[in-house]
Ligand binder design. Structure first.
Ligand code: TRP
Length: 359
C-alpha cells in the first residue's frame, strides 16, 4: 500500500524512488493485493485554501500512474477522501499518540519549518502522520514501497499498531517500508544539484514532459563547477549527471549509446582522470532518459484520450478499497468494544446481569 499527494505531476524522482518499484512488484505478483492511492485529503492539510489545485492534480497523478504501467486489473487505484473509514480510524488512533510524539516526528518538524507554520500549524497538518497510519493499516499493509522521506511516517504507524495491539489485542498488521536498493534512487537531486526536486525550484524533470523539454533540462544540468576544460579532472561527488546515471543507467545502455565504454565505472574513471567532456556524458544521459520516458509519454497520451474511463476506474477502485477498509473497521470496533449491535453475547450477558440484580 502506498500513494502520493496530488499537488503536481509526478517527476523522475518519484519514478526511481517508488513508482518503478511498484510496477515491478505488481508484475512479479508476490503480493496478494496491492493498493495505490491518491492522498488528496492529506494534500489538503497544507493546501486547504487551494482545493482546485488538488482536484486538478488528482487526474494528473492518476494519468502518471497508468502511464508508468500500474494496471487497475492488478492494483486497486483509489482516492483517499472517498474512504470515510480512514477518518474513523484516525479518530481512534488519536487516542494513542501524544502531542510531543507528533512534534518529534522529523517530517512534520521540517515541513513546519519549510512552510513557515511555526505556531499556526493547522491541526490537520500536525496530525497527518496519524491519518497516514490509518491509510496504511486500514488495508493491513505489510509493505509500503516509498521514498526515504516517508520513513518517519512508517515508524509512527508501526508504533500506533503496537500500542493498539497491546491495549486492544492483536488486530492490526505492522507495516515495513520498502526503500529503493540503489542509493542514487533514495533521494534523486534536482537538475540544479539541489538536494530535492521541487516544483517551486523548477528543477524537476516530469514524467509527462516532451522529449525536447527533457533534453533541454539535461543539457543544462549541474555538473562539476571545477570541470572547466575537457582535459580537467572532474569530480563525481554532487555531480548530478552522474547521480542520474547511477539511478537510470543499465549495462545495455553502453552498447546502444556509448560503445566506447564497457560500463559506468569506466566512464566515471575517465571523467575523474580528465579528458571527458560534460556534453558527452549529458548526451548519454539524455539518450537513456528518453528511452525510459518515451513509452511512459506514449501511454499517457493514450490514456488522456478517455478521461471519463479513468474516473470510472478510480470509482471502482474506491468501492473495492472501501470494502477492505470497512472489514478492518469491523475488527477495530470489536477490539475496542464499540461494536454494540453485532455483539449478541454482550447484550445477553448484560440482560442476565440486570435481571439478576433485579431479583
Ligand atoms: N505522505 C505521502 C507523500 O507525501 C503520501 C501518503 C499518504 C502515503 N498516505 C500514505 C504514502 C500511506 C504511503 C502510505 O507522498
Amino acid at each position: 500500500m502506498t500513494g502520493d499527494r496530488p499537488t503536481g505531476r509526478l517527476h523522475i524522482g518519484h519514478y526511481v524512488g517508488s513508482l518503478r518499484r511498484r510496477v515491478e512488484l505488481q508484475n512479479a505478483g508476490d503480493y496478494k493485493k496491492m493498493f495505490v492511492f491518491i492522498a488528496d485529503a492529506q494534500a489538503l492539510t497544507d493546501n486547504m485554501d487551494n482545493p482546485e489545485k488538488v482536484r486538478q492534480n488528482v487526474i494528473e497523478v492518476a494519468l502518471d500512474y497508468l502511464a508508468c504501467g500500474l494496471d487497475p486489473e492488478k492494483v486497486t487505484l483509489f482516492i483517499q477522501s472517498q474512504i470515510p473509514e480512514l477518518c474513523e480510524l484516525s479518530f481512534y488512533y488519536m487516542d494513542l499518540v501524544s502531542v510531543s510524539r507528533l512534534q518529534r516526528n522529523p517530517t512534520v518538524k521540517t515541513e513546519i519549518q519549510m512552510r513557515g507554520f511555526e505556531s499556526s500549524i493547522p491541526v490537520g497538518f500536525f496530525t497527518y502522520p496519524i491519518s497516514q497510519a490509518a491509510d496504511i493499516t486500514a488495508f493491513k499493509a505489510t509493505t509500503v514501497p516509498t521514498g526515504e522521506d516517508q520513513k518517519p511516517m512508517i515508524e509512527q504507524a508501526t508504533e500506533i499498531v503496537r500500542r493498539f495491539n497491546y491495549i486492544y489485542g492483536e488486530t492490526l498488521v505492522e507495516p515495513a517500508i520498502l526503500l529503493p536498493d540503489n542509493a542514487a534512487c533514495l533521494r534523486l537531486p534536482g537538475t540544479d544539484g539541489k538536494a530535492k526536486m521541487s516544483k517551486s525550484l523548477g528543477n524537476c524533470i516530469y514524467l509527462s514532459e516532451t522529449a525536447d523539454e527533457v533534453q533541454k533540462k539535461v543539457m543544462s544540468m549541474y555538473t562539476d563547477p571545477e570541470h572547466i576544460h575537457v582535459s580537467d579532472p572532474g569530480h563525481l561527488e554532487g555531480n548530478t549527471v552522474f547521480t542520474y546515471l547511477d539511478a537510470f543507467c543499465r549495462p545495455e545502455h553502453f552498447e546502444r549509446y556509448l560503445p566506447d565504454y564497457p560500463n559506468l565505472d569506466e566512464l566515471k574513471a575517465h571523467y575523474q582522470r580528465g579528458g571527458l567532456g560534460d556534453m558527452k556524458v549529458k548526451r548519454f544521459l539524455n539518450n537513456i532518459l528518453q528511452e525510459e520516458l518515451e513509452p511512459i509519454r506514449q501511454r499517457r497520451k493514450e490514456f488522456e484520450k478517455d478521461i471519463p474511463a479513468i474516473y470510472d476506474m478510480l470509482h471502482r477502485g474506491c468501492e473495492d478499497a472501501r470494502a477492505v477498509a470497512a472489514d478492518t473497521l469491523d475488527d477495530v470496533r470489536r477490539a475496542m468494544k464499540i461494536n454494540y449491535f453485532d455483539d449478541a453475547e454482550l447484550i445477553a450477558e448484560q440482560a442476565k446481569r440486570f435481571k439478576e440484580s433485579a431479583e
